[in-house]
Every structure is written in C-alpha cells, then in structure tokens.
Design a protein. Structure first.
Length: 79
C-alpha cells in the first residue's frame, strides 16, 4: 500500500481528523474523519501496481477515543 501515518487534529464534534501522507504522489495528503484505501476508483487513497491490494482494502475511521482500521472484506486481509 502507498499510505503512511500522519498526525491528527480535533474538530468541533470531538473526533479528530486524520491526516495521512501518500508516498510517491507528489505530496498528496488526505485530511478526513474517515477514508478508504484500495484499488477502486471510488477509494479516497487508490493503490496501483500491487495485486495483493483489494478493490476496497480497508476503511479508517477516527473516533474521539482513537482510530479504527476496518478490513474491507479484502481477500488477503489487512494487517
């Protein structure tokens, strides 16, 4: 996958927005309370060139108590 970790900043609702930096994409960043990662064009972070990544690999959701990473019913799982 092409995503790296980033910081978080809180919004008015209490759930912090997650900031990720996507490697090898000329500094593209995503700042959101939730985002998807996978090969599908609908994903917020799209991967290419890696056959082990599913169309919807994972969903990341920021909650007031932490960050939840949910496997997107991918065939290989999410670690």
């Amino acid at each position: 996958a092409a995503a790296g970790g980033g910081g978080a900043s809180a919004d008015a609702a209490g759930a912090p927005k997650v900031r990720i930096e996507v490697r090898q994409t000329a500094g593209r960043t995503v700042v959101s309370e939730a985002f998807t990662v996978g090969r599908a064009p609908e994903c917020d972070v799209q991967t290419s060139g890696d056959g082990t990544v599913s169309r919807l690999q994972l969903l990341v959701v920021s909650l007031p108590g932490g960050i939840v990473v949910v496997d997107g019913w991918s065939s290989g799982g999410t670690r």
